[in-house]
Design a binder for this molecule. Structure first.
Ligand SMILES: Nc1ncnc2c1ncn2[C@@H]1O[C@H](COP(=O)(O)OP(=O)(O)OP(=O)(O)O)[C@@H](O)[C@H]1O
Ligand SMILES: [Mg+2]
Length: 482
């Protein structure tokens, strides 16, 4: 994305940002040991005045960092580490001044607002077979634009990131004009040797169909798939609001490391996720792959859960050994019974993962064995959330909160209602009240006519105009609200 012309930085700002970039790349808590270039770009780009690719090109040229093109990863060199720690190296200042001379305020720039400030992102410019993106024109700058037209409908732009199965690209549905995300399933076929290609596709198809069957405002809908081609793909909405991973990251780099996400916002995210999963569980679908990367947000900042069940695509047969999650799932969010391969994992595994994300949202860090309770880290957190976190993340299955309904029940009982539903918040139905009333009316009519109960009537496949409500989908009960 081209930066705004009014954001032309000074050389001091560029120097500070280059140090910040190196410092951030060194943070294990954000990236782990290996830093994927695409992920780093996605997380850092919005915080920089110039393009992430510009900084990387400069830092690579000066050997402050190294880029491995094969694995698309980036490593900070010893030289870069010293700079990140604030070493006042005159060479660094000179190099920056020379390299960025034409980009800085007061420099010899002839650039206008219509001229891109930076080359295309590194991954699009260098990845073989992937057309670079002309962001001004908003379409691929390939010699043959059809090269990146998938199924004569979707244009593929730059890569957003890589996951367990392949790469996710930003794209566009040319028929409707909407932004989409295209997940291309590719490297799983190269990395997984204990499963045949057919078996991987069979499992993937099963999980994708399961997610697709979930019609819920907080579940990402799947628009299109093709499992028959060499590299199968799925198409979903492009999450304009990014992921929870990015939201956690930006809360941190904005300097609020102790209070990652405001408590009431975190509560809303928790509830949206819990409602989506309560519904999914009632349909017999356990997510089992909950982590901040899979909690996406729409333009208005509402949750869209995605990638249900991807851990099940590559897991080994648990009758032979504990399942091996090859590059899939994030162990920090996995309940002990899931990590140890006690099949099948149930809704309580999702409760565990959501509990870990609750801690992360409230404190800005992942909990460890001896971590303080959320309210001890962040004084904005009410004590009842310590209790909720504790009950959601117990190792022992029988001591843990079992269902999302339990989680929601706790929130409604303990968190002040006016902090949950303020003006401007959408109020969603979990159960259609008109349909429920119609069912009730039809039930009592029928009962009057033939003496049968409402339940008999519904399970009898009655000829109500509206579909029968799933009886497992209940609003919080009096009991929950206690
Ligand atoms: N529809 C989407 N809109 C925007 N970003 C997305 C979308 N789908 C995925 N992403 C982002 O793209 C990146 C790669 O996603 P991908 O699903 O391939 O990997 P993952 O979520 O890290 O792991 P997993 O494969 O276990 O889901 C992640 O940062 C994810 O948040
Ligand atoms: Mg994902």
């Amino acid at each position: 994305m081209a930066k705004r012309p009014d954001a032309i930085p000074t050389i001091e700002k560029i120097t500070e940002e280059a140090r910040f970039l190196l410092r951030t790349l060194l943070r294990d808590d954000l990236f782990g040991n290996t830093v994927a270039l695409t992920e780093a770009e996605k997380l850092l780009e919005p915080s920089l005045s110039l393009g992430f690719a510009d900084y990387c090109a400069f830092l690579k040229k000066g050997a402050y960092l190294a880029i491995d093109r094969t694995s698309n990863t980036v490593t900070v060199t010893e030289r870069g580490r010293l700079i990140s720690e604030g070493l006042d190296d005159p060479n660094f200042h000179t190099d920056i001044a020379l390299h960025f001379a034409s980009r800085v305020r007061g420099g010899e720039s002839t650039r206008t607002a219509a001229t891109p400030m930076r080359p295309p992102p590194l991954h699009t410019a260098t990845k073989p077979g992937l057309a670079p993106v002309n962001e001004i024109a908003g379409r691929p700058a390939a010699a043959n634009p059809d090269e990146d037209l998938i199924a004569e409908r979707y244009v593929r732009y730059d890569a957003i990131g890589q996951g367990s199965l392949g790469t996710v690209y930003r794209g566009k549905d040319v028929l409707l004009g909407n932004a989409v995300a295209i997940k291309e399933v590719r490297h799983v076929f190269e990395f997984i040797s204990y499963l045949s290609r057919d078996e991987i596709i069979r499992r993937l198809r099963r999980e994708v169909i399961a997610q697709s069957s979930l019609e819920h405002p907080h579940v990402m809908p799947i628009h299109d798939v093709d499992f028959e081609i060499t590299f199968p793909y799925l198409v979903t909405d492009y999450a304009q609001g990014g992921s929870l991973k990015e939201r956690l990251f930006h809360a941190k780099v904005d300097g609020r490391s102790q209070t990652a996400i405001p408590v009431d916002v975190a509560m809303r995210y928790l509830m949206q996720i819990a409602y989506a999963l309560d519904y999914a569980h009632a349909q017999g679908v356990v997510h089992a792959n909950l982590k901040p990367e899979n909690v996406l947000f729409d333009r208005m900042g509402n949750v869209k859960l995605t990638d249900f069940g991807l851990t099940r695509v590559t897991e080994k047969d648990s009758s032979q050994s504990a399942p091996v999650y090859v590059g899939v799932g994030a162990p920090s969010y996995m309940a002990p019974e899931q990590l140890h391969g006690q099949e099948p994992v149930g809704p309580a595994a999702d409760v565990y993962a959501l509990g870990i994300m609750l801690y992360e949202m409230l404190t800005g860090s992942l909990p460890g064995r001896r971590s303080p309770m959320p309210s001890a880290v962040n004084q904005e957190v009410p004590a009842h959330l310590d209790d909720l976190f504790d009950r959601m993340t117990r190792d022992q299955l029988d001591q843990r909160c079992q269902t999302m309904s339990d989680v929601l029940g706790h929130v409604y009982a303990k968190h002040p209602a006016d902090r949950l539903v303020g003006r401007g918040a959408l109020v969603l139905f979990q159960q259609d009240p008109l349909r429920a009333a119609a069912e009730e009316a039809a039930g009592s009519d029928a009962a009057q006519a033939d003496g049968t109960s409402v339940e008999d009537d519904i399970s009898d496949d009655s000829d109500l105009d509206m579909p029968v409500t799933d009886p497992r989908l209940k609003a919080p009960t009096e009991e929950d609200l206690k």
